[in-house]
Ligand binder design. Structure first.
Ligand code: URA
Length: 209
């Protein structure tokens, strides 16, 4: 089964409360989403590989740790995933960014792919797949299967708000993918929106309706 990490850090919880609040406008919402994504990245990259190298400080030679192992790739699921990218890039500026476009068919509620552009060395990168909302899990599973078809081997999924059903579905379909969620909400409504959730993450990020 997937490792599921729910962020209990007070800063993350505070900022999630702010984005849930319907009075929070698009500018502040965008800033908060990026800040939460950055804080989550800190936790989601805790097990990255390090190696020891020799360096010289201005006053002495020393051994010090440096990141080694696979490079990282960030893949937002369009469009709401875009809101998390800059925050992650703040911490990992050398990561390459791919994009997957999926929309949910309003009748069937199933994900349909309409865009895909990925780094060509995706099989050599550890991928952070990001979408603020893990609702039914359908889009996340479709995106992961798609990334695997394109060669991705190691994928972590980051979301701000997950539903219990989304976590169960993703974990059952992709047990090799660890899930990092800011918070897990209880239920989905009839339109597959998370309750209490925060509404439509894409609309709130981009000021659309
Ligand atoms: N996508 C959203 O933006 N919000 C939800 O609650 C579920 C899916």
């Amino acid at each position: 089964m997937s490792k599921v990490v729910v962020m209990d850090h007070p800063l993350i919880q505070h900022k999630i409360t702010k984005i849930r609040d319907k009075r929070t406008g698009a500018k502040e919402f965008r800033e908060l989403v990026n800040e939460i994504a950055m804080l989550m990245t800190y936790e989601a990259t805790r097990d990255l590989q390090l190696e020891e190298i020799e360096i010289e400080t201005p006053v002495a030679k020393t051994k010090a740790m440096i990141l080694t192992g696979k490079k990282l790739g960030i893949v937002p699921i369009l469009r709401a995933g875009l809101g998390m990218v800059d925050g992650i890039l703040e911490l990992i500026p050398v990561a390459k960014v791919g994009h997957i476009g999926l929309y949910r068919d309003p009748e069937t509620l199933l994900p349909v792919e309409y865009y895909c552009k990925l780094p060509n060395d995706i099989s050599e990168r550890e991928i952070l797949l990001v979408d603020p909302m893990l609702a039914t899990g359908g889009s996340a599973v479709a995106a992961i299967n798609f990334l695997k078809e394109k060669g991705a081997k190691k994928i972590r999924f980051l979301c701000l708000i997950a539903s219990k059903k989304g976590v169960e579905t993703l974990s059952a379909a992709c047990p090799d993918v660890d899930i990092y969620a800011g918070v897990v909400d209880e239920v989905l409504n009839d339109h597959a929106y998370i309750l209490p959730g925060l509404g439509d993450a894409g609309d709130r990020l981009f000021g659309t309706k």
